[in-house]
Design a protein around this ligand. Structure first.
Ligand code: SF4
Length: 123
């Protein structure tokens, strides 16, 4: 089974059904992940984490991501899965939701533009 680069803490507020990516979906990037041994527990929130502590922890995790050679691959994995919890590829879960919303909006705009072009070409 694929070992994800960082695993949630036992006490983390992460559902146990969190499904690891299959190796063929995740690709080989995880073997180069800087966070393979997340002893500090930076990447997932412990339960009932105060906001200030969460922000500080997430910034620390992002600093680790910033020096990770597979940040782009990790981020895309987390967006495509999508991974609902934790910091992946330098983005928090909330930041990934924003990126995904922008992508969906952009896709809809492109589809609308393509449809309008098709109608104009047919008319
Ligand atoms: S980008 Fe961050 S979360 Fe992703 S593998 Fe690297 S250190 Fe881990």
């Amino acid at each position: 089974m694929l070992q994800l680069p960082h695993q949630p803490l036992q006490v983390a507020a992460v559902p146990t059904q969190r499904t690891p990516a299959r190796e063929d979906e995740a690709g080989p990037w995880h073997s180069e992940a800087v966070c393979r041994r997340d002893e500090a527990g930076l990447f997932f929130a412990p339960s009932k984490e105060p906001t200030a502590a969460r922000l500080s922890r997430e910034e620390s995790a992002k600093r680790v991501c910033a020096r990770c050679p597979v940040m782009i691959e990790c981020r895309e994995h987390a967006l495509v899965q999508p991974e609902p919890y934790g910091v992946w590829g330098g983005l928090t879960a909330a930041e990934r939701r924003v990126v995904l919303a922008r992508r969906r909006r952009r896709e809809m705009e492109l589809k609308a533009a393509a449809s309008a072009d098709h109608i104009a070409a047919a008319g």
